[in-house]
Design a protein around this ligand. Structure first.
Ligand code: SF4
Length: 373
């Protein structure tokens, strides 16, 4: 099915210049002092960036102009420039294609629902996991994103929500609040482990040290990098873990999710159980349902049995109707097949629902916009 190699270590491409959001509160203070400024300036800058959601030095009028220009020059470099925005679902879904300092393209998708607003962020430019049904996977891994490049996607979405750029429930533009973050854009988050965990802390630390989004509203997904799941278990975080399983049997998973050749289904589920036991949180099992590939009734039965055994009440299966990429041989399963699949998983006592597929019209399968860009 695929001949692409798995890539765990990102190519040595230059990360962007240092940014305020790369640094912890203590490091920000040190950075400001090393630039010859008073330590309290770090808190002022953080307040503007994380609480007022602005990266524009001209808006930071409580800092003297000269100081502000110097601090902004050193600690607030422009990291991401929007290249293109596409909306669908009556404007409630907006996908942004960003260009980084080195021309790298990444994307994020903002989805406003009546009761919440979710941002899907990218953690790497491209992806080295080589899943054959995924557009991003076909392009390979270009580089890791820095912590600040991840946080910038979130800050900018939080500002867009505050400024009412997306319509509310009555269809009219209205201010709202960014409430949920899912690391399900381009990349394998746990292959960029340190920067992703630091980004989670920046996103969740209370303002002005961070953006103040609840850890419980953040989901970190993985294809199943077992050592990294174990490490995450020790971080003391309360984020939700999502495992992209896509099939319960090793034989098919070896080709569908090639990292399975390294860590088998049972190992991945054991690691996920360890995470659930430690955090008390349910694990999302992501399952892209692909016509005639992984949608057979026997696979639904096997999935249900396996999850019941390994995760019990801690499992929640999200069935995702595949969003086919242009020219791809992969297609979504017919609705009756999808319904039967869900029914059979439920029958094993495992929670299973079909995920709302926002963004179908704007090709929101991961990586597609960047591939076209
Ligand atoms: S499906 Fe996810 S992990 Fe697999 S290649 Fe695509 S972005 Fe990477």
């Amino acid at each position: 099915m695929t001949s692409l190699p798995l890539v765990f270590d990102a190519p040595k491409r230059a990360l962007p210049p240092r940014h305020l959001a790369d640094l912890s509160a203590a490091q920000r203070k040190e950075a400001v002092v090393s630039l010859g400024e008073k330590p309290f300036r770090a808190r002022q800058l953080s307040h503007h960036y994380f609480a007022r959601l602005t990266a524009d030095p001209q808006a930071m009028t409580d800092i003297p102009a000269q100081t502000r220009d110097r601090l902004a020059g050193e600690l607030l470099p422009d990291l991401l420039t929007p290249v293109r925005q596409i909306t669908c679902d009556d404007g409630t879904t907006r996908k942004t294609l960003w260009r980084a300092h080195d021309g790298t393209l990444v994307e994020s998708v903002l989805m406003r629902y009546p009761d919440r607003t979710t941002l899907c962020v990218s953690s790497q430019a491209g992806c080295g996991m080589a899943c054959p049904f995924c557009a991003t996977g076909q392009g390979g891994l270009q580089r890791n994103l820095s912590t600040a490049e991840i946080v910038e996607q979130v800050r900018s979405a939080a500002a867009a929500m505050r400024d009412g750029e997306l319509p509310g429930p009555d269809g009219r533009p209205a201010p709202g609040r960014l409430s949920n973050i899912v690391f399900m854009g381009m990349g394998e988050p746990l292959a960029n482990y340190r920067r992703v965990v630091d980004a989670v802390r920046r996103i969740c630390d209370p303002a002005p040290d961070g953006l103040g989004i609840s850890q419980r509203s953040v989901t970190v997904s993985t294809v199943g990098l077992v050592p990294a799941i174990r490490k995450l278990t020790e971080e003391g975080l309360q984020v939700r873990l999502a495992v992209s399983l896509h099939t319960p049997d090793d034989e098919l998973r070896d080709t569908l999710v090639p990292v399975n050749t390294r860590w088998k289904v049972a190992e991945v589920l054991q690691a996920a159980r360890g995470y659930a036991d430690r955090t008390g949180r349910r694990v999302s099992i992501e399952y892209a349902l692909i016509r005639d590939v992984n949608d057979q009734p026997w696979r639904a039965d096997l999935l249900g049995k396996l999850l019941h055994r390994h995760l019990g009440q801690f499992a929640h299966v999200n069935v995702i109707p595949l969003n086919p990429t242009p020219g791809s041989k992969w297609d979504a399963s017919p609705k009756p097949v999808e319904r039967e699949f869900v029914r059979r998983v439920n029958e094993q006592g495992v929670a299973c629902t079909v995920r709302d597929t926002r963004g179908q019209e704007i090709a929101a399968a991961c990586g597609q916009l960047a591939a076209e860009g």
